[in-house]
Each structure stands twice: as C-alpha cells, then as structure tokens.
Design a protein around this ligand. Structure first.
Ligand code: CAP
Ligand code: MG
Length: 432
C-alpha cells in the first residue's frame, strides 16, 4: 500500500529518462535507514505519510520516485522525467527540494545534486549571451573582465554613486556593479542613477577608447516593476540588468530572462541569501544545485565565490566544481563532492564571477585556481584603497595585467604607485 519502504528498489537501474538526485540523509535514532530514505523519495514525488490504495494506480506509480542506491549516508533517487513540468523550475524544486527538508522522518537532509535529462535541459532557455557573447560586448578576450561594486553598499546619494562609477571606469575597470541591496531607495532612485551613470559611462568610453558597462540591479517588488526597470535600462543605452536570484525567486528569474532576452540585455545573477540554504554540509540545497538552476534558467553571469581566498565560505574544490558546472558541456561525477554527471546539451556557458573580500593582492590566488577566463569583482578592496576608488581600480587593473604577463607584483608596482600603495596597505593578508 505504499508505505515509505515501498519507495525503495535497489534493483532499479535508472535510464536516460530519469532525473537523479543525490541526497545525504541523517537517519533519526528512532527510525530505520530504509524508512528515512523511503520517506524522502515518497514526499518528494507522489507519497505522503498515510498509505492508500491510489498509490498503486499504474499512472501514479509511473511518476513515483525510488531510492535505488545507498552508500553510508548518501542515497540516490530516480524520478521519471514525466513527473516534472518542462521549463518550470518552481515545480521541479517543489518536488525534489520541497517538503522533504522539514520532515520529522529525517534528522537532516542535504540535496547535493540533481542530474537532469536531455528533455528537461532542453526545456529551459539557458543564457542568451553566455561567456562568448559577454566577451564580444567588451571585445576583451584575453584577460579576466574586472568589475567593482560601489561601497558603502547603500546610503550613497546618486551623485556620490555616479562618482564612484567614474573613478573605477577611469581607473581601468570594465564594469560598475550595483550592490544586491541597492534597488530604488529615496537617497539613490533607480531611474536617476541609471540616467546619470550611463551619461558618465558614455563620456569615459570616448575618453579611454574602452568599452565600459554597468550591472544595474532591477530587483524589485513585482515582476511588472522589474520589467519596467529593464526597459528603462534599454532605453538609456545600458547592456545589462542584474537580479538577486534567490530573493526574487525562480519564476521571477525565468520571467526576467525572457524580458531581458527580448530586450537584448545580458543578465547578471547575484546569489545573496544562498548561504541560508547552501552553507551547512549536512542540510539544505547545495550551491551546486543553485548554479545548475541558474544556468538552466539562463543567467549570463553568476557569483561562484573565491575558492577560499576571500571573505565568504566555499572551499577550493567546491568553487572549482561550480566553475566547471556553469561553463563546461559535460560534467563528470565527483565522488568526493557527491555530485553527479551532467550533460548540458549545448546550453551556453555562464560567466563565473569571483567575488567577496578580494583586493588587488589576492586576485593572483583566485586566477591560479580558476584561470583567467572569469570575472573578478572587488568592492572593499578597491574603495578601501588609501588613495580612494580611482587608485584602487588602477591597482587592480595593474595587478591583473602583471599576472597575465607573468610579472611579479612587486616589480609591477615600481611603475604603478597605486599598486605600490596597495601592496603596502594590504600586504599579503587574507580577508575575513
Ligand atoms: C562583494 C559583494 C558581494 C559578495 C557576494 C559584497 O563586496 O558585493 O555581494 O561578493 O558574495 O557586498 O560583499 P566586497 P558572492 O568585494 O567588498 O567583498 O560573490 O560569494 O556571492
Ligand atoms: Mg554585494
């Protein structure tokens, strides 16, 4: 009658039409492993706590999940792809990552990966621009793209914010970025900020002969408002919208991808709040899953962390895997991380953004780990430079160029006073 244990079939061999989930299950002392594992498969697909005859209907069984592998605390569950509505991330996650995290039947539960089928991957748009498309906006192909978020995070007036933009663009960076919690506050209204920043941007492009752009946060109270903001960016000559993908939600990201796609705007994804789900290794929804959802939904750029160099958690191995997950066409299983193989069936690569606690003296460590085909984002490590934002940007550009040319920072600093000052100020300390 479909009690929890009936959702286990260790003889089952999944095929290419099954979506696979990799879960870590903490079994309560009072329960059995089989009951706990089965509960996850049941509640995340068709089941509930109370057995009933209808669970045995052929049509219900056809979309039920089953546990088919267990190694220690880690189990794999197969879901027939028919279980899911194509292109609907909110529905997919309401199953695989839904009620299960709150069940008393498990003490803790971690979803590390979801392996999607060709049909499901193809039902999502993926990035419009992707890495290649973004690079062709800037016509910069041989170094990391460099961006800076204005700091303080919020509170600057529009003219103070625009001045930060001027300084970092003039100092040699490619992109200004809004912070995740700056949207349309009274001290710095959205439309005024966009209009005035892009005017200054146009001037600096002429002055420097380099393409400059601005990641403008359209995160808003409703989809209608976000659409209005995206359209305004387009009218004013911007190339990008930015969205907080977790706080706005998956359906909002999907809709904004559609809107930006039609407008021809690239989409920068900020992952603020992801740590609430991703940080605890025994519970929650992994950053690997967040990254996969973001690539399917079609963001062009995504924050992935610094591989343990900067201020935020995220091990080297984990961040290197994220880098590969959003860029490569074929992902191999990683036994250590408990992640699954994934084919991306032509979905474009997302540009990985490394950010959080970086300064010009740390970027070489990031590039050693993640390579140079990335975006480097620095806030405090630019605006906290003793000489201010322009000097911080100069130091950053010089540090990246020195790395690309294989020149030691101390040598490069001899012809760049701003880098010399950064070297003295930050030394080789890490940030926390
Ligand atoms: C970086 C940042 C980003 C974080 C988010 C901030 O500023 O703008 O939001 O990088 O984390 O406000 O902290 P700093 P992640 O350069 O001053 O640290 O990139 O890991 O998603
Ligand atoms: Mg920020």
């Amino acid at each position: 009658m479909a009690g929890y244990e009936d959702f286990i079939d260790m003889n089952y061999k999944p095929d290419s039409h099954d979506v696979i989930a990799s879960f870590r299950v903490k079994v309560p002392k009072w329960s059995s492993a089989k009951r706990a594992w089965g509960a996850v498969a049941a509640e995340s697909s068709v089941g509930t706590w109370s057995p009933m005859a209808a669970m045995n209907y052929k049509n219900v069984k056809a979309v039920a999940a089953k546990v088919y592998e267990a190694k220690g605390e880690w189990i794999k569950i197969a879901y027939p792809e028919e279980h899911f509505e194509e292109g609907n991330m909110s529905q997919i996650l309401a199953s695989i990552a839904g009620n299960v995290f709150g069940m008393k039947a498990v003490d803790a539960l971690r979803l590390e990966d979801m392996q999607f089928t060709k049909k499901i991957v193809k039902s999502f748009p993926g990035p419009k621009f992707g890495k290649k498309g973004i690079r062709s906006i800037f016509k910069v192909y041989d170094r990391p793209l460099m961006l800076s978020v204005a700091k303080p995070k919020v509170g600057l007036t529009t003219s103070q914010h625009v001045e930060v933009g001027r300084q970092i663009w003039e100092g040699g960076l490619d992109l200004l970025k809004d912070d995740e919690n700056l949207s349309n506050q009274a001290f710095n209204p959205f439309e005024k900020r966009v209009r005035e920043s892009l005017k200054v941007r146009d001037r600096i492009e002429k002055q420097t002969g380099e393409k400059k752009s601005y990641l403008i946060n359209i995160t808003g109270p409703t989809l209608k408002e976000m659409e209005k903001r995206a359209k305004f960016i387009k009218e004013q000559g911007g190339e990008y919208a930015m969205i907080d993908i977790i706080t706005t939600g998956w359906a909002a990201v999907s809709s904004v991808r559609e809107i930006c796609g039609d407008l021809g705007l690239a989409l920068h994804a900020h992952r603020a709040m992801h740590g609430a789900m991703t940080r605890v290794p025994t519970h929650g929804f992994s950053m690997n899953c967040v990254a996969k959802c973001a690539r399917l939904l079609g963001v062009d750029q995504l924050h992935i962390g610094t591989a343990n160099v900067g201020k935020l958690v995220g091990s080297k191995e984990e961040v290197m895997h994220l880098n590969s997950q959003i860029v490569d066409e074929k992902i191999e299983a990683n036994e250590k991380l408990h992640t699954l193989p994934q084919e991306w069936f032509g979905t474009k690569p997302v540009f990985p953004v490394s950010s959080g606690g970086l300064h010009p003296l740390l970027v070489d460590k990031v590039m050693d780990k993640l390579g140079t085909d990335i975006m480097l984002q620095i806030g405090g490590g630019i605006h906290g430079h003793p000489g201010g934002s322009y000097a911080g940007a100069r130091a950053m550009r010089e540090a990246v160029e020195a790395y690309m040319e294989g020149i030691d920072l101390a040598v490069a600093a001899k012809k760049c006073p701003e880098l010399m000052e950064a070297l003295k100020y930050w030394g080789r300390k890490g940030t926390r």
